[in-house]
Write a new protein. Structure first.
Length: 112
């Protein structure tokens, strides 16, 4: 008889422990859902910031107003051909190399 009582008490304790654990997991799931929603809002906010900061109009405005950049004049931009690494390298003569550059002296009337 005592064995049945002890067995019954153990069974009741296991049942109660499982119910408490289920409730605890339920609260944990709700906390995770709340955190997920907050993180999704943060992600959306950051995506909007990236979109605003990388807008071409904004970049052009910062480049001209804050960094003092200007649109290049004719002859200042040189297109460079990019060859794959497997292509044989051609040797060029020093006279054939052209470099795009902006000299402050050129812009001010050549003080060289």
């Amino acid at each position: 008889m005592r064995v049945l009582v002890v067995f019954g008490l153990c069974l009741a304790l296991v049942f109660v422990w499982e119910r408490v654990d289920i409730v605890r997991l339920g609260y944990h799931i709700e906390r995770l859902k709340t955190e997920k929603a907050r993180l999704e809002r943060d992600r959306d906010h950051l995506r909007m910031q990236v979109s605003a900061l990388t807008a071409p109009d904004r970049i052009a405005k910062v480049a001209t107003e804050q960094l003092g950049m200007v649109v290049p004049r004719a002859g200042q931009v040189v297109m460079v051909e990019v060859r794959p690494a497997s292509a044989p390298a051609h040797r060029t003569l020093p006279g054939e190399i052209r470099i795009a550059r902006h000299d402050v002296n050129d812009a001010e009337g050549k003080h060289e």
